[in-house]
Design a protein around this ligand. Structure first.
Ligand code: GAP
Length: 511
């Protein structure tokens, strides 16, 4: 496959060409970092959401769902800390007029040092071959040690400056490292400023009486403020969880990398309410459970890793990201946070209402601690899409582009293809659609030679092609072609549903 940058461009182009993702408002030249999900994209997104929902809600008797409103009382965001602290440090380049996240500029610089270290390791590996002891090389090689030391020094200083809100020092750091505008090379920077990421909006008919509101920057707060309602009406006993999927909005300063960082995106979050003191065991449980969910999709164990946070947010006593190997490297896909009782206590203070749970086993009331799992649906979509897009050289030397989506997530499960557009084959194909469409999303395709239709469905990610030929008219059998193996088997029309069901049963994937 091409180099990572070219490959990523290919993913973006493929997403458009095969009806997965379009730029928003494209005929008006688009809207930065906002995207629309097209006919296949909306199905893939729905299937990922469903896969998450089933594993979280249906597979846990003590987790229930919620769909809270996007607009919420503005005090919620004061209580949660988002009004005062949901900021990113931004810096502008005076020549290019481009805006960047100051911390990301420094982190990218530090990452380049790691890339240099990796190059040294790769060179040595090539030189020493089989005899290469990588661990020893990394621990002793001067250059590798120097690059990594420098990287750590830079990241430590950045963390100190941000923690102390010393934005002047972040600028000094950028200048002393000689960091230039990645697009133009200019080093003519403004001061670093804090920028709140929440989108504001108004509630009310006239400008004088309107209330200032925010579009929610996370779905989690809707869960916190409803927790006692759910607990009481659902007669939930601790430990229990509330799951929610829905839109979140962030005015990201730098929204690059396609749907990785968007201004309007969707989250799938679950807050798990536990006894104080038991949060670490549940934190470990959810780390492992969420990783297993990812692995169940078969996208390669080597493509996931945990990144445990050393520097914790003020509300957390443990936090870890599940990172995925995107085309641009390992990046955060999901966060698992032990959020203590911070949010509920803040809402008690700001609302003046008690948010305690009476624990009948302990015979005492307390504010529960919370372990959160939070994954971006769009980011998961990008992980699945980019991992699935593959170029293959076939035995006859020809190339095929295939989108090897996990069958359970594929937008269309099968395409039904009459071999020719006559002799009653289209009619039989359409009657197969009539049978299958009760249980599966299936499509009919009669245009072009059958080989080209196979290629088109491979590239669109359709797991099965069902071909209706003249023999089908005689014995009611068809060929069932598997997208990944390209193997074709002859099966009776009556058994098609069974074959497909077996391949996309939730039990077979999630278990
Ligand atoms: N409630 C916790 C929370 O919102 P977060 O780390 O800010 O934590 C959780 O976000 C997840 O949401 C991330 O791991 C990522 O997958 C997704 N996410 C965050 N910002 C995003 C953005 N601008 N575009 C797309 N996904 C985003």
């Amino acid at each position: 496959m091409a180099n990572p940058e070219d490959f990523f461009k290919k993913v973006i182009a493929h997403a458009k060409e095969y009806g997965y993702i379009f730029a928003s408002s494209e005929i008006y030249d688009g809207l930065s970092a906002v995207y629309d999900y097209a006919q296949n994209g909306v199905e893939l997104k729905k299937n990922i959401r469903e896969y998450w929902w089933r594993s979280m809600v249906y597979m846990h008797q003590n987790i229930v769902g919620l769909d809270s409103a996007i607009l919420m009382h503005p005090k919620i965001w004061k209580a949660s800390g988002h009004v005062d602290a949901f900021n990113d440090p931004l810096i502008d380049n005076k020549d290019s007029k481009k805006r960047y996240r100051a911390d990301v500029l420094v982190e990218d610089y530090a990452e380049k040092l790691e890339v240099k270290a990796q190059k040294e390791i790769a060179k040595a590996k090539k030189r020493f071959g089989e005899a290469f002891d990588q661990a020893q090389f990394e621990a002793t090689n001067d250059r590798v040690l120097r690059y990594r030391q420098e990287k750590q020094g830079i990241l430590d200083r950045l963390a100190r400056s941000l923690e102390a809100e010393d934005l002047a020092d972040v600028k000094v750091l950028i200048e002393s490292l000689g960091i230039a505008d990645p697009d133009t090379g200019s080093k003519n920077w403004t001061d670093v400023r804090q920028f709140n990421l929440m989108f504001g909006t108004k509630l009310g008919a006239s400008a004088e009486t309107a209330t200032d509101l925010y579009l929610r920057p996370e779905t989690a707060q809707g869960i916190f403020v409803n927790y006692l309602n759910v607990q009481k009406t659902g007669r939930m006993k601790i430990p229990f969880g509330i799951a929610q999927t829905g839109k979140a909005f962030r005015n990201e300063i730098v929204a690059r990398q396609f749907i990785f960082r968007m201004r309007e995106f969707e989250q799938m979050e679950m807050q798990f309410f536990v006894r104080p003191g038991e949060e670490m065991q549940w934190y470990d449980y959810w780390k492992q459970t969420r990783l297993k969910w990812h692995l169940s999709l078969g996208m390669g164990e080597e493509n996931y890793r945990f990144h445990d946070h050393e520097k914790l947010a003020h509300y957390a006593n443990a936090a870890s990201d599940i990172e995925f190997n995107f085309p641009f490297g390992f990046k955060e896909l999901e966060g698992i946070h032990s959020r203590t009782d911070f949010d509920l206590k803040q809402h008690e203070t700001f609302s003046g209402k008690k948010l305690q749970f009476f624990d009948p086993e302990l015979n005492e009331s307390y504010v529960p601690y919370v372990v959160e799992t939070s994954i971006g649906l769009d980011r998961m979509f990008l992980a699945v899409l980019s991992h699935s897009l593959q170029e293959e050289t076939l035995d006859d030397g020809s190339q095929r582009t295939v989108l090897k989506l996990p069958f359970i997530l594929a937008p269309t499960k099968a395409a039904v293809l009459p071999l020719v557009k006559k002799d009653g084959l289209p009619e039989l194909a359409k009657s197969i659609i009539d049978q299958l469409q009760w249980d599966f999303n299936v499509i009919y395709d009669e245009k072009d030679a059958v080989g080209r239709r196979y290629r088109r469905q491979d590239a669109a990610g359709t797991p099965y092609c069902i071909t209706v030929d003249h023999q089908s008219l005689e014995d009611q059998t068809v060929t069932l072609r598997n997208r990944d193996t390209m193997e074709q088997i002859r099966v009776s029309i009556d058994s098609l549903a069974l074959h497909m069901q077996e391949a996309i049963a939730y039990k077979n994937w999630l278990a």
